[in-house]
Design a protein around this ligand. Structure first.
Ligand code: ADP
Length: 438
């Protein structure tokens, strides 16, 4: 009986067929080396997994994402099938030419997918590649086979297809052409090749990440040394400017005195910039505590620090409900809130200024009714020493506050971004590590 159903591929000779499978496997691996995306590499390149074991359809399940190509059961049906496989697959490769005998529900789609060859990429992850083969009757119909007389084992009768097609159809109903051992072995080989590739990529990424961390650390160290060492000669320059003004000021004309005053101003500004750089590198270098922190308390402390400024600017501060408990470094989180609240007060040209502080299911936020920020500046504001205004406008500033804030948030495993209606309002939002999001 099996000999009746035997694929023509076997007649190619198993060696030749194995070589063909090997070359398609190399093609798939080459696709994977080029593309980082599994679906692009396996389903949409040249060759595809459909060329591999001559299936009529295929499904790829990676990280919960299911993609179908060719003739397959519907998405919900494939998901049910995957659940069944997850509970029943003992080895990493499973093959049947009659899925319906294992899973009766498969009768619903047995015309398009009677045979299944399943590959699980790894035991710990529910990622699969499935190949389907249509019911034999149909594949035979479109293939125009049987064209030759066939043998029925057992009795020695010769059976001619023209006269016996009905019986023959009955025998192959809900069955596909069988999966050959050489095909199952090729699929297992493909799995090993993919695993090796994934491990190699993980290794490369790990090395890249370590390099990145090292360069960050070196940059922080460099920023620290540079700003620290530059402060010394700068102090000398500033002192000479003061001495010149005191000792020789009356020998200079007004123009000369103005130039000396500019020298002092510029030294002061440079000192501010170096202090910001020092602070930035400090935030990158120091260890952060990992404590249970009450954000309500952190906000209360920040408001206390800014009490005078809030009063001077006649700003109303509203606390919208209570804030979550989070894990982190209390004093650095304090720095974040002081920076955000002081900006909310500073970049505000309204007669009645207000700041609102609260948290929703996504993030903690600080909102103001100030000048707003254009969407095209939403990245720029987080870059060091980038200001959107003239140096003296809105009370001045070094342009490092938001850069430092972002660094602190990222060291807490969170993210910061802003939303704004220019001229009306700005909201800065941040998350910390996943657990405080609620
Ligand atoms: P600084 O306040 O020292 O200039 P920051 O890094 O804190 O530096 O802010 C960078 C820029 O982002 C500011 O110069 C300002 O133009 C803009 N900005 C920050 N916060 C706000 C806000 N709440 N509303 C409008 N603009 C803001």
């Amino acid at each position: 009986m099996l000999s009746v159903l035997m694929s023509t591929k076997e007649h190619l000779g198993s060696y030749q067929y194995r070589m063909k499978l090997k070359s398609i496997e190399s093609g798939l691996v080459a696709n994977l080396l080029r593309e980082n995306d599994f679906s692009v590499a396996l389903l949409h390149g040249t060759p595809t997994v459909l060329d591999f074991v001559e299936a009529t359809g295929a499904a790829l399940m990676v990280s919960g994402q299911l993609e179908l190509v060719g003739r397959t059961p519907r998405e919900e049906e494939v998901r049910c099938l995957l659940q069944w496989l997850s509970a029943h697959m003992e080895k990493e490769v499973f093959a049947t030419d009659s899925l319906v005998t294992c899973l009766p529900e498969a009768a619903a789609y047995s015309d398009g997918a009677s045979g299944l060859l399943a590959l699980r990429f790894s035991k710990s992850k529910e990622d699969y590649m499935l190949w389907f083969r249509a019911e034999q009757v149909q594949s035979v119909n479109w293939a125009g086979d049987p064209g030759k007389p066939v043998d029925i084992s057992g009795d020695q009768q010769r059976l001619m297809p023209r006269t016996s097609f009905a019986i023959w159809q009955e025998m192959v109903r809900r069955k596909s052409t069988p999966w050959l051992d050489v095909e199952k072995a090729a699929v297992e080989d493909l799995r090993l090749a993919i695993l090796e590739l994934v491990f190699r990529k993980a290794d490369e990424l790990g090395a890249l990440y370590q390099n990145l961390e090292r360069s960050h650390a070196q940059l922080d160290a460099f920023a620290y040394v540079a700003s620290h060492d530059l402060k010394e000669p700068l102090r000398g320059i500033a002192n000479y400017a003061v001495m010149l003004t005191e000792d020789y000021g009356d020998q200079l004309d007004e123009e000369g005195r103005n130039r000396l005053a500019a020298l002092s101003r510029l030294s002061q500004r440079m000192d501010d910039l170096l202090n910001s750089l020092l602070e930035y590198s400090r935030v990158g270098r120091v260890n952060f505590a990992d404590n249970e922190v009450d954000l309500n308390q952190v906000v209360a402390d920040a408001l206390e620090t800014l009490r005078l400024r809030i009063a001077e600017q006649r700003t109303t501060v509203r606390l919208l409900g209570s804030l979550p408990m989070v894990r982190g470094d209390r004093s650095h989180l304090g720095e974040v809130l002081v920076n955000l609240i002081s900006n909310a007060i500073k970049y505000n040209d309204k007669a009645e200024k207000w700041v609102e502080i609260g948290a929703d299911s996504v993030s903690v936020f600080v909102r103001d009714n100030g000048i707003g920020i254009l969407p095209e500046h939403s990245e720029q504001i987080f870059q060091i020493f980038r200001r959107l205004h003239g140096r003296e406008e809105f009370g001045g500033g070094a342009g490092a506050g938001l850069t430092i804030t972002k660094k602190i948030i990222e060291r807490h495993g969170g993210r910061i971004w802003m939303e704004s209606t220019p001229g009306e309002t700005t909201t800065f939002r941040f998350t910390l590590a996943a657990r405080d999001a609620g």
